[in-house]
Design a protein around this ligand. Structure first.
Ligand code: SAM
Length: 232
């Protein structure tokens, strides 16, 4: 969308990636077949700032990949409350969801990515804020008993509309959904008769959300297109 030269200029004039994300960005490019799936420096910085602006208590991400956007958003969340200071022996560590404070749940279907994601969550010091679920998002979402302040949809494109319809009732009024890749490399403006199932999924999603009276929406043409949706 943006010319390479303007993209590089924008990156060079944006606060540098935190070290943990710069390392993950590099590792992802060395180890993954499709490293371009990662949000990257600019989009990561945008997601972190959105989280800092909204101060969400509960965030859901659908599509973790190597963890870049989860860490970027997690770094924008307030730290959890400190444990009570005492000389007493510590009780068994509570699960992240039992500790209070802001939480980000992230869902990834590929079990081969699990160890790497858990490692980078630890490296970022976000074990208390980021909860990883491995499995099909369609199966996992109904079991998450939360009201979401922010949902980031970034998984399989044919299911975008299913994810939207599943999560919208559990987004609090005034809460947000952000969907990535809604311009899909420009293919959304092509001939519908020649579209593949991913493009059709995105086109169907964009059209539905735009006409949905329960929300207001904005397509931000940065990177591959971000749809920002606010529940009324
Ligand atoms: C574009 S990548 C996510 C990138 C990540 N959000 C980031 O910005 O760094 C999409 C991820 O969604 C995962 N995914 C695809 N289908 C899924 C499904 N049905 N349930 C959960 N995750 C899925 C893929 O395995 C892939 O890792």
């Amino acid at each position: 969308m943006m010319t390479e030269i303007l993209f590089k200029y924008s990156e060079a004039h944006t606060t540098p990636e935190p070290a943990v994300l710069a390392r993950l960005n590099r590792e992802t490019h060395l180890s993954q077949v499709y490293p371009q799936m990662l949000s990257g420096h600019l989009q990561g910085a945008l997601l972190r700032m959105i989280v800092q602006m909204l101060c969400p208590e509960r965030v859901l991400e659908i599509g973790t990949f190597t963890g870049y956007s989860a860490i970027a958003m997690g770094l924008g969340m307030p730290s959890p409350p400190a444990p009570p200071a005492s000389g007493m022996p510590s009780p068994p560590a509570p699960l992240p969801q039992e500790r209070g404070g802001a939480l980000l749940h992230t869902i990834e279907v590929n079990p081969e990515l699990e160890d790497g994601i858990r490692r980078v969550i630890r490296e970022a010091g976000l074990e208390d804020q980021v909860v990883l679920h491995i499995g099909q998002a369609i199966d996992i979402i109904p079991g998450l008993d939360e009201m979401w302040d922010l949902v980031f949809i970034d998984a399989d494109k044919p299911n975008y509309l299913n994810y939207y319809n599943m999560v919208l009732p559990k987004v609090r009024p005034g809460g947000f959904i952000i969907a990535d890749n809604v311009l899909w490399d420009g293919k959304v403006t092509g001939d519908p008769a020649k579209m593949d199932k991913d493009t059709l999924g995105i086109v169907e999603f964009n059209k539905f959300v735009h006409q949905d009276e329960r929300v207001e929406n904005l397509i931000l043409p940065i990177r591959d297109g971000l749809m920002i949706i606010r529940k009324l």
